[in-house]
Design a protein around this ligand. Sequence first.
Ligand code: NDP
Length: 273
Amino acid sequence: MDRYLVFGHPVRHSKSPFIHTLFARQTQQELEYGLAEPAVDEFAHALRTFFDQGGKGCNVTVPFKEQAFTLVDRLSTRAKRAGAVNTIKLTDDGVLLGDNTDGAGLVADLKSHGVTLADSRILLLGAGGAARGALAPLLAELPSELVIANRTHTKAQQLAAEFHDLGPVTAQAYEQLAGPFDLVINSTSASLQGELPPLTPALIHTDIAIYDMMYGASDTAFISWAKQHGARQTMDGLGMLVEQAAEAFTVWRGIRPGTKQVLRELKRNLGVI
Ligand code: NDP
């Protein structure tokens, strides 16, 4: 049977095996999907061993995405732009192809929530790996403006300069942000510690869409905060997780699985519904 897995550290709580097992059942694909948690300095060896032993493909998550970028034979355009690899496929001619499906997953999830990206003003909080992966797919949707704000402002400036050729992207310090924005995407890891990015509540209004890439059984700190300040449409990153997985599954198997039912089952599994 074709073997896939996700590499990460820690990875025990990953929902990827759950999601891909449901995709395989739904599309009647014979495959198994597991977990691998190599020591941080043993990822390269573990990856090579997996493919030497017949593995067909894998996902890569924190903290190995940047290292995976350097270990594959060939990179997709979107992986090159993201500077990180979250999906690897062994092609029929024996080449390890590195791809990045995170940004496509984000855009697919935003669209599935009915969020309009074309001609919109988007504020992207954070300038880490997740922000980098999101920029090209977001700019491809032709927003009127995309502003990056980050705690370390120079990182936002670097990202804006790097993606400037793809669309109207600028960097602004948190304290200088001027609304109105149609969509705010939180790609910081602040919610992981229950913290908030230093955003003024004056930017939140009833018609704004709020997206937090983080997810959990209850509202993230950022989503709770935005709701308190009047945002009516709030979304967490669970849909992005399922959509990036669907994109990876499509890369591997050439069949696109449906995501709605899988997202519902994942929410049930997490106790969200
Ligand atoms: P990185 O560590 O690369 O970047 C973290 C970013 O958060 C940096 O810009 C950092 O700012 C900022 N930050 C951290 N703490 C704070 C704080 N207290 N206040 C303001 N800014 C802060 O992480 P990633 O980009 O890889 O991941 C970010 C988030 O996205 C994580 O929560 C991750 O779980 C989520 N994610 C979700 C996915 C999904 O499928 N739903 C996929 C990928 C990521 P600075 O530069 O100043 O340090």
